[in-house]
Design a protein around this ligand. Structure first.
Ligand code: FAD
Ligand code: SIN
Length: 536
């Protein structure tokens, strides 16, 4: 079966939905998503979405905070673009129906999170992502130009390779013609041909064994783009959120937003002592990489599995009013956060790298755009500033609509792509081969390629992953496809990219901390000058 469209959008988070809504003003959109529409990282976002809104905040301060957090290796063009376009994109969200919290005086109430020098985070209680997702889904569902296909899994991108041409990473002029997409309910693979294709498949958290990401975050878009020979960048920079609720057996880990620390919560060891001042002058509100590493260090020194986050000294009514989602979740496991400290530990949270794009969101493959967490715009450098990602997703979606629409008339539907051929394959009966390799891969990545790395650990991880790769490729070639098999294949590709990029990085910076190199940090500007120093 073959479908044709102007824009094929893969993914239904903030990036995919906001692209679809705007592109639909210019042509027909097919949006595919592998689960229900709201199964995505966006739906789980708590803290909020960044934008300079009121004085004394300024664009320059937001730019500086982003750069310092990113270890000084952010792409300045991306940083300027996101920071300066953010206010307009917030207006778009509000106009579509997003309700951000306001003060009694009617001004937007702004949160503050780690690494931010000002309050600049718009939010809806502690459920900002769900509010944005609700807003976008309600708009998309009523747009006559958008056809949504839920439970449809994109397997691979179509390029000249599928016309029988030899394509390598160094081949110039690669173009994308759409994707092979598996209908998970009917168990068949269709060809979707498009003039423009958008990867908005979100993050990679499930490559690790503890993550805040829902199960859909398996790096599919990055893996597909890599196989299609697009350039992938900065994969060594995996962000671990310092404070996921420590509740063994729960996957994904429930997030305790950084906004709680912005509100006054303090990190303490299990004996009730504060420790963050030892590591950073901003204490519990230091940039996320510093906090995650410090917690990891304290847990290792003390042989403990978690630290505490203490908000018991804050006004209980305000705590419940600002953080109802966290309050109720913790209460459900007998922790009353107004009286009890919250056990927390770091968890894989965000991928700062991804498919390399320019300021139009276009990848190194023509007619292929990558947006949101799947992309690497250069905004985050070596470490993402909290709540910059939702902003990046909507700003780049807007850029990509403008650029792809300008070029739409030049593109045509590519004929001659063969249907998916699975002759000679059989259904995978032994699911244990997939589930066991998934667990092994997650263990390898968490133990050797986590918050703290070394040359030895990375090499060991590479060798172990290679064995799993070979086993899975064998299985893939002889099997009828299923979601789990494809996801494992994608996660192995992503794990390989993280290790390869980490091995190539002969320094410790931001989220890539190796015991073999001293950590370089950018000192926040106090006299207008940013300086680099080394620690540990
Ligand atoms: P997603 O929202 O993850 O959407 C990806 C979509 O792609 C999903 O619909 C998925 O089903 C679909 N998909 C994936 N693979 C396939 C495939 N093969 N075929 C078809 N469909 C596919 N950022 C902030 O800025 N502020 C916050 O407060 C914040 N809090 C967070 C809290 C949590 C718990 C988490 C996990 C993340 C948080 N983040 C936050 C990060 C932010 O939520 C994400 O980076 C952002 O939402 C990514 O949006 P996206 O549209 O790129 O991807
Ligand atoms: C949080 O609310 O702490 C998460 C914010 C983010 O990941 O940007």
């Amino acid at each position: 079966m073959t479908l044709e469209t102007d824009y094929l959008v893969i993914g239904s988070g903030a990036a995919g939905l906001s692209f679809a809504l705007k592109a639909a003003e210019h042509g027909h959109v097919i949006l595919v998503t592998k689960g229900e529409m709201n199964e995505c990282n966006t739906n789980y976002a708590q803290g909020g979405i960044c934008s300079v809104t009121y004085e004394p905040d300024t664009f320059q301060k937001h730019i500086d905070d982003t750069m310092v957090c990113g270890g000084g290796i952010c792409d300045m063009n991306a940083v300027r673009l996101v920071v300066t376009r953010a206010p307009q994109l917030m207006k778009d969200l509000i106009q579509w129906g997003a309700r951000f919290d306001k003060t009694r005086e009617g001004k937007y109430e702004l949160n503050r999170e780690g690494g931010h020098s000002e309050h600049r985070i718009l939010h809806h209680k502690d459920e900002t992502g769900a509010e944005i997702e609700r807003t976008l889904i309600s708009q998309v569902k009523t747009h006559k130009n958008i056809e949504v296909l839920e439970h449809h899994f994109a397997v691979d991108l179509l390029t000249q390779h599928h016309l029988g041409q030899f394509v390598t990473r160094h081949t110039g002029g690669i173009e994308c013609y759409g994707a092979y997409v598996m209908d998970l309910k009917k168990e068949r693979i269709m060809t979707i041909l498009s003039k423009v294709t958008v990867l908005a498949t979100g993050g990679v958290g499930n490559v690790y064994n503890v993550t805040t990401n829902p199960s859909v975050a398996t790096g599919d878009g990055i893996a597909m783009a890599h196989r299609a020979k697009a350039v992938i960048e900065n994969m060594e920079f995996i962000q671990f959120h310092p404070t996921a609720l420590y509740n063994p057996g729960e996957r994904p880990s429930f997030l305790i937003t950084e906004a709680l620390r912005g509100f006054g919560a303090i990190l303490k060891t299990q004996d009730g002592k504060e420790f963050m001042q030892k590591y950073h002058p901003m204490g519990s509100l230091a940039p996320r990489d510093v906090v995650a590493r410090s917690i990891d260090n304290e847990m290792k020194i003390r042989g403990e599995d978690f630290v505490y986050l203490d908000v018991t000294h804050c006004n209980p009514h305000e705590t419940i009013n600002h953080f109802p989602n966290i309050y109720h979740k913790c209460l459900s496991i007998n922790i009353d956060i107004t009286k009890d400290m919250i056990p927390v530990a770091p968890a894989a949270h965000y991928c700062c790298g991804g498919v390399k794009v320019d300021t139009n969101g276009e990848t190194t493959i023509k007619r292929l755009y990558a947006l949101g967490e799947t992309s690497c715009t250069g905004l985050h450098g070596a470490n993402r500033l909290a709540s910059n990602s939702l902003t990046e997703a909507v700003v780049y979606a807007d850029q990509a609509v403008r650029h792809s629409t300008e070029h739409l008339a030049e593109y045509s539907i590519q004929r001659g792509i063969p249907d998916w051929n699975d002759d000679g394959t059989t259904a995978t009966e032994e699911m244990i081969l997939i589930t066991q390799n998934t667990k092994e891969m997650q263990q390898i990545m968490s133990n050797y390629v986590g918050i703290v790395r070394s040359n030895l650990r990375l090499e060991r991880a590479r060798r172990r992953l290679e064995i799993i790769y070979k086993e899975n490729e064998e299985l893939y070639l002889k099997s009828k496809l299923n979601k789990e098999l494809c996801e494992l294949r994608n996660m192995i590709d992503v794990g390989y990219l993280i290790i390869k990029h980490a091995q190539a990085m002969k320094r410790s910076i931001g989220l890539h901390y190796s015991l073999d190199y001293p950590l370089e940090t950018l000192v926040p500007p106090t006299d207008g000058q940013k300086r680099r120093s080394t620690e540990f």
